[in-house]
Design a protein around this ligand. Sequence first.
Ligand SMILES: [Zn+2]
Ligand SMILES: [Zn+2]
Length: 221
Amino acid sequence: MTAHDIAPGVVRLPLAPRASINAFLLGDVLVDAGTRHDGKKLLRALRGREVRSHALTHVHPDHQGATHAVCSALGLPLAVAEGEAAAMEAGEQAGSASPTVPARFMRAVAGGPGHPVARTLREGDEVGGFTVVRTPGHSPDHVAYWRESDRVLIAGDALRNMSYATLGPGFALPYDGFNFDQDAVVASARRLVELRPRVAAFGHGAPMDGDAFARAAERLL
Ligand SMILES: [Zn+2]
Ligand SMILES: [Zn+2]
């Protein structure tokens, strides 16, 4: 895996080919942890880097999968949005929070084990030099991370830049079938677009610069 610096102190850790699943380092905070199969890969990628805590954008199996493994191996305290802390502590079936996804499918993409949450996150909290922005909809209490000083946005799954058809670039709202509340998805996406980021990064897909993001957002919303 090649780590990519996307802004000062901000590293993207691709966990699957074509940037189809990403984790991030914001300063010394690991944000997201891929699937339950990604623990060893993440630990290798973090070797030699200073990591002091772990935070999530949301508790879905492709983001919290290796959370327990990484927190246990490195002794990291875990920070999760207030409204998803219970799902993280329960683990495994975390993704079943979506009412529209069949239980059979959710078992196939089961999340990682539960892990104790040391800190619950709310709007405006600070994580790795970024500010927590509540962006519910894709999941009940999804959060994005925003650094106003140089306008860097870690959008998580509130937006994506990956086509499920090609795995190539494709700026879009998160896929309907996985969303918890579609009206809230649109409102949260608008909120992130209005921040006018200079760099926008996603849970799925490659980062975008501000101009490309603004043009794509105009078409989308
Ligand atoms: Zn998700
Ligand atoms: Zn995801």
